[in-house]
Design a protein. Structure first.
Length: 250
C-alpha cells in the first residue's frame, strides 16, 4: 500500500513539473512593441528639441544672427570689369545677409535701380555714390536701416563701414557696426573686428549708442546715450580718419 501511494505521488510531482515547464515555454518573448514605443518616444523628444531650438533661433533679431558670423566670414565682391565702389561693396554685403529687410530692399535697388519702387517697398534709398555712401531705411515710425560708407586706404586697400539698425515699439532694438578691409588684388572683403571693438569700448559706459556714417567728409560720429526717466543725455565722439584707420576723439 505504501509503495502504491509513493508511486502515485511520484506521478503527480512529474505532472506538476511538466506543467510548469510548459507554462515557462509559453511565456512571450520581450515585446517588440515596447521597444518600438521607446524608439518612437525618443524620436518625438528629439523632434520637440529641434522645434524648440528653431523657435529659439526664430526669436533672435536678424542683426543678432548676423553678429554671430560676420567677424569670421570673408566674401568676394565680384566687381566685373569696373573698379568697385560703394554700390559693389554694399551689394556684396547684402547678398551675404539677405534676410535683413533693408539689405533685401537695397539689393533690389542696386540690381534694378530704374524699377525700384519706394512706395511699394516702404524703404527709401539714399544713393550718394559720388561720396562713397549709400543707405536703405524704412519710411516708418520705427527705423530699420542698412548704411554703408567706404574710404581709400594709404596702402591701396579700401575700408568699408556697415551700420545696421532696427528699432521696435517698447524695445531697445538692435544694431551693429561692422568694418571690412577690401583687398584690390583678390577682390575679397575681410572683416576687421578691431575697429568694431574700438567703437564698443568707447561706448561701453553708455546705455546705448548710434553711429553716423559720413555722407560728406571723412570722420564718423558716435553718439552715446545715457537714459534717465523719459529723457536721454547725448555725448558725441568723433572717429578721426588718418588715411589708414580711425582714432576716437571726444
Amino acid at each position: 500500500m505504501k509503495k502504491k501511494l509513493l508511486f502515485i505521488t511520484l506521478i503527480q510531482v512529474s505532472l506538476f513539473l511538466g506543467a510548469c515547464g510548459d507554462k515557462k515555454q509559453e511565456a512571450p518573448a520581450p515585446s517588440e512593441t515596447t521597444e518600438e514605443k521607446a524608439t518612437s518616444n525618443t524620436s518625438e523628444e528629439n523632434a520637440a528639441q529641434v522645434t524648440e531650438d528653431e523657435d529659439a533661433s526664430a526669436t533672435d533679431s536678424e542683426i543678432a544672427n548676423i553678429k554671430k558670423f560676420w567677424q569670421v566670414k570673408s566674401f568676394e565682391v565680384e566687381p566685373g570689369d569696373i573698379t568697385p565702389g560703394i554700390q559693389e561693396f554694399a551689394l556684396a554685403f547684402c547678398k551675404q545677409y539677405p534676410k535683413f529687410i533693408s539689405n533685401k530692399t537695397l539689393s533690389e535697388y542696386l540690381i534694378s535701380p530704374k524699377e525700384y519702387n519706394e512706395e511699394k517697398t516702404g524703404y527709401h534709398i539714399d544713393d550718394q555714390t559720388q561720396n562713397g555712401y549709400i543707405s536703405s531705411s524704412s519710411m516708418a515710425q520705427y527705423t530699420t536701416a542698412s548704411r554703408f560708407c567706404y574710404w581709400k586706404r594709404n596702402d591701396g586697400h579700401r575700408l568699408l563701414a556697415v551700420w545696421l539698425e532696427e528699432e521696435h515699439e517698447n524695445e531697445s532694438g538692435e544694431h551693429l557696426i561692422a568694418f571690412y578691409d577690401y583687398d584690390v588684388a583678390n577682390d575679397v572683403m575681410k572683416p576687421e573686428p578691431a575697429l568694431t571693438e574700438l567703437v564698443e569700448n568707447a561706448m561701453s559706459d553708455f546705455d546705448d549708442y548710434a553711429v553716423v556714417l559720413p555722407v560728406e567728409g571723412k570722420n564718423i560720429e558716435l553718439n552715446g546715450y545715457t537714459y534717465s526717466d523719459d529723457s536721454a543725455e547725448t555725448t558725441t565722439y568723433q572717429m578721426i580718419w588718418d588715411g589708414q584707420t580711425f582714432k576716437i576723439k571726444k
